[in-house]
Design a protein around this ligand. Structure first.
Ligand code: SME
Length: 159
């Protein structure tokens, strides 16, 4: 499997979002871009903080997924509560992992923080145990930093 060129991916992310201010439109295309670009992934998308301490399913590519995840629950809720990127080698070893697609075996979740508030998370699943390297987690976290610069007004308490 070829390494992902995250500099190129982030440049493409900037290009496809630069002319649009609608967050849902941008997150939709970003999920498609990342799903198409990364090899060996079966779910890529967003959960958004639409209720206090609760992540609600947002734009994604992949199979039907869980609708709501409380902060602190599963890999997504852990990323939101701890405000750190989670890289999980084997989801079956992660206490409280929430199985949405039984094909998923490894996962990365990047928290998205705007104005010191967790506005959502960026979640990627793979059917392969150990699919995501440290380099992937680092590149995806950098992509997350870019996603935080989009127009999040109206989400959480972002004005
Ligand atoms: N596995 C995640 C739930 C979301 S799905 O993977 C799309 C978790 O444990 O938080």
């Amino acid at each position: 499997m070829a390494d992902t060129d995250y500099s190129l991916l982030i440049a493409q992310a900037e290009a496809i979002t630069s002319g649009e201010t609608d967050l849902i439109a941008n997150l939709s295309n970003l999920s498609a871009l990342v799903y198409d670009t990364l090899e060996d992934v079966n779910w890529v998308g967003f959960y958004l903080t639409r209720a206090p301490e609760t992540l609600v399913l947002g734009p994604f590519q992949g199979k039907v997924a869980c609708l709501r995840i409380d902060f602190g629950k599963g890999v997504c809720g852990t990323a939101a509560a701890q405000r750190t990127t989670q890289r999980v080698h084997d989801v079956h070893d992660f206490p409280g992992h929430i199985a949405c697609d039984s094909a998923s075996n490894s996962e990365v979740v990047v928290p998205l923080i705007v104005n010191d508030e967790v506005v959502g998370v960026f979640d990627l699943d793979s059917p392969t145990v150990g699919r995501f390297s440290e380099q992937d987690a680092d590149g995806l976290s950098k992509l997350g930093r870019f996603i935080e610069t989009l127009n999040w007004s109206g989400f959480g308490n972002v004005q």
